[in-house]
Design a protein around this ligand. Structure first.
Ligand code: AP5
Ligand code: MG
Ligand code: ZN
Length: 214
């Protein structure tokens, strides 16, 4: 089953992804993580993506859609995948649904994590991310056991470039303008569960797994 994890920057998509993927035995496909991996490896795609990410803007649809289609065609995604951070524009949603349709696949569920705007800036500006495995922490809500060291892989835990407060505000603006309208497009297509993402990490996880019938 393919599942979309939808919500604004800082809603908790990345935080909740691991539990969902484990419960459904599907891989986590995060377009943001794919771009950051390319950037780490210094590929042309990584550098292109960085020029948009650092400004809080979206990477162009044509680039993103090709990457997602080739990722979803890989062997480990044949039983479905958890899409985190995609689709982010109506054009991406149209491409995704028509591509899946062509493969005889469909989106089973959309989980919409709803969090009040005033909570998002403190969540993102306090976030710290592992350079090794991408795990996310928060300076006060969810700190790593040892300062600057990942609990999961012992990698370096740092602040993402686009988590500086000024860039966070630009990302939230981009979300309202380009991504929020995707929800209205998704609703008539199937099951959209809206979940209160402002509760604790454990409570949100329970609500998501409940919505997925796990
Ligand atoms: P991406 O990496 O997808 O970033 P994003 O959507 O802005 O979302 P975030 O990763 O910032 O938030 P999240 O919901 O995962 O929150 P998290 O769980 O980490 O994209 C980055 C950039 O790449 C984009 O700006 C764009 O340029 C480009 N891009 C990516 N996809 C694209 C696409 N499809 N098209 C075009 N461009 C694209 O949680 C945040 C913090 O809050 C953490 O510190 C966490 O510990 C804390 N937290 C989480 N849940 C809770 C809770 N319940 N209570 C308290 N704290 C919590
Ligand atoms: Mg994320
Ligand atoms: Zn790590």
């Amino acid at each position: 089953m393919d599942v979309i994890l939808f919500g604004p920057p800082g809603a908790g998509k990345g935080t909740q992804a691991a539990a969902v993927c484990e419960a459904l035995s599907i891989p986590h496909v995060s377009t943001g993580d794919i771009f950051r991996r390319h950037l780490k490896e210094g590929t042309p795609l990584g550098l292109l993506a960085k020029s948009f990410m650092d400004k809080g803007e979206l990477v162009p649809d044509s680039v993103v859609c090709d990457i997602v289609a080739s990722r979803l065609a890989e062997a480990d995604c044949q039983g479905g995948a958890l899409l985190d951070g995609f689709p982010r524009t109506v054009a991406q949603a149209e491409m995704l649904y028509s591509w899946l349709d062509g493969q005889g696949r469909e989106i089973g569920t959309v989980i919409n994590l709803q969090v009040e705007g005033s909570m998002l800036v403190p969540r993102l500006s306090g976030r710290r991310t592992c350079l090794g495995c991408g795990a996310t922490f928060h300076v006060s809500h969810n700190p790593p056991k040892k300062l600057g060291v990942c609990d999961r892989c012992s990698g370096d835990v740092v602040q993402r470039n686009d988590d500086l407060e000024e860039t966070v505000r630009l990302r939230l603006y981009t979300y309202e303008r380009e991504t929020a309208p995707v929800l209205a497009w998704l609703k008539p297509k199937g099951t959209v569960y809206t979940i209160d993402g402002s509760k604790s990490i454990a409570q949100v996880q329970l609500a998501i797994l409940g919505a997925l019938g796990i």
